[in-house]
Design a protein around this ligand. Structure first.
Ligand code: ATP
Ligand code: MG
Length: 457
């Protein structure tokens, strides 16, 4: 061991003297990995990868170092990235398979092992053979998730956020009700994507995005995901609070990077959540810095240096009144859509989704939907959860499972206060006193407030 340490020390000195010698550095990293000095190994593998970003052998080794250091999430990110790249070395794929096994990801391990063997049939491994030899390949476990995770692009080196690329499985069919919003999305972004020539012929500019606003938990994110599923596009969801960095200049870079990743993944729906985070009208200490970030965002939206072709941009906020006005100019988020609490049809659909797979008696969904006015999608989910919990307690006391009934749910509804009410309390004020350009007419309509009855400005 101490012998090895002497070699390591000598190599460290050599690498320091010749920082450009990546072969030497990779060798050092390998010894560090063997010696269990994982953090150091990570550092050197990363530097080596900076010089050769596509090197699959280095990626597999980096993943192993991360795993050794106890960072299995990051290890997985690196492995997934390796698996997505084309032309990976068979030996790197084999190593990836073993690492996936350590991460207990059998389908991924099976896939990587299979790919390794395709590249080099001599690479059989009895351990892998035993554990994943029989895992069927084509049939990835048919999860009932909303999305399939495609890849995660790491910006972690710069302390930036991780960018996750998904391939949503849900489409508009899975979204109950919300017909007006769906139609707007079709007109504004789906049709232009599928019929670009037609739109050009009428001189309609393609581009710009839709800003959705409304109370929390009412399907904005869900609908954005379904939009991507509808056009079989990739989906990237970005919470802007995560992007905004304390370090001046870092937020701009983060934003730029996100757009760059999305442009490489077209067709792609790029969804920005919490766009109110970009509000310059907020009393924000970092006022000037914020201006810069907004400008960067606008430049990216306008596609100043590059084309945004094939990029569909959606955004959402619960507090549209904080969103910077510059974002609402033509060509940007010039369509601002109110996403109201789910209507009766949507509530029934949402209830069915959340009741699926639970032990139930015949449930009167229509009745439940009628009794849950003002409930958000999230409220409805909470409702089902609480009813199930109560049933579970009962079953534990009595020792036998009892199915959920309509009565159980009605009982839980009575004790629940819908969360959308609070939102409307503040939204009402903006709609009444700050309804510039009729921006919040939809809220007034929803609240059945007639414009004529309002105080004159
Ligand atoms: N119209 C709908 N059809 C089916 N399910 C829905 C619908 N609306 C909401 N849901 C369900 O409610 C959940 C919450 O919705 P979602 O997260 O999209 O709300 P949101 O408007 O983005 O909320 P927030 O403002 O808090 O981000 C969804 O995951 C989905 O299961
Ligand atoms: Mg959301």
């Amino acid at each position: 061991m101490s012998d090895n340490q002497a070699v390591i020390d000598a190599l460290k000195a050599a690498v320091e003297a010749a920082p450009g010698n990546q072969a030497l550095r990779a060798h050092l990293a390998g010894l560090l990995l063997e010696a269990g000095q994982f953090e150091d190994a990570v550092t050197h593998y990363r530097k080596a990868l900076d010089a050769a970003p596509a090197d699959s052998t280095l990626k597999a080794a980096l993943a192993e170092a991360y795993l050794g250091a106890g960072k299995s999430d990051v290890a997985r990110v690196v492995l997934d990235d390796l698996m997505r790249s084309s032309g990976a070395a068979p030996s790197a794929l084999l190593r990836a398979a073993r690492l996936y096994l350590r991460l207990e990801s059998l389908p991924e391990a099976a896939h990587a092992y299979h790919q390794a063997l395709v590249g080099d049939p001599s690479l059989t491994d009895s351990d892998l053979e035993d554990q994943v030899g029989n895992v069927p390949l084509e049939e990835h476990p048919p999860e009932k998730t909303e999305s399939q995770r495609l890849t995660v692009v790491s910006t972690e080196e710069d302390g930036g956020p991780l960018i996750e690329v998904e391939r949503p499985r849900i489409t508009f069919k899975d979204v109950g009700g919300m017909d007006a919003v769906k139609e707007e999305i079709r007109m504004k972004i789906i049709y232009p994507l599928s019929n670009p020539d037609l739109f050009r012929a009428y001189g309609k500019a393609i581009g710009g995005g839709i800003l959705m606003y409304g109370p929390p938990g009412c399907g904005k994110t869900y609908l954005a995901r379904a939009t991507a599923g509808e056009v079989q596009a990739n989906f990237i969801s970005i919470g802007l609070h995560d992007v905004l960095d304390m370090y001046i200049g870092q937020s701009e870079q983060n934003l730029h990077r996100i757009f760059e990743v999305a442009r490489r993944q077209t067709p792609c729906v790029l969804f920005f959540d919490e766009v109110d985070a970009l509000g310059a009208n907020r009393a924000d200490m970092r006022h000037n810095a914020m201006r810069q970030v907004i400008n960067q965002f606008l430049a990216e939206l306008d596609g100043v240096d590059t084309s945004n072709e094939g990029l569909l941009i959606l955004a959402a906020t619960n507090t549209p009144w904080y969103v910077d006005l510059a974002l609402r100019r033509p060509g940007r988020f010039d369509r601002v859509l109110f996403v109201p609490p789910p209507d009766t049809v949507a509530r029934e659909a949402i209830l069915r989704i959340h009741m699926a797979g639970k032990p139930v008696e015949r449930i009167d969904y229509g009745r439940l939907a009628r009794e849950t006015r003002e409930f958000s999608g999230a409220d409805l989910r909470g409702l089902v959860d609480r009813a199930v919990e109560r049933k579970l307690h009962e079953a534990m006391r009595s020792g036998k499972p009892v199915p959920l009934t309509t009565q159980d749910l009605l009982f839980t509804i009575k004790e629940t206060r819908p969360t959308t009410r609070e939102w409307f309390d503040s939204a009402r004020n903006y709609a009444v006193y700050a309804n510039e350009g009729g921006m919040y007419d939809d809220i007034l309509t929803y609240l059945k407030i007639r414009k004529n009855d309002l105080p004159q400005a």
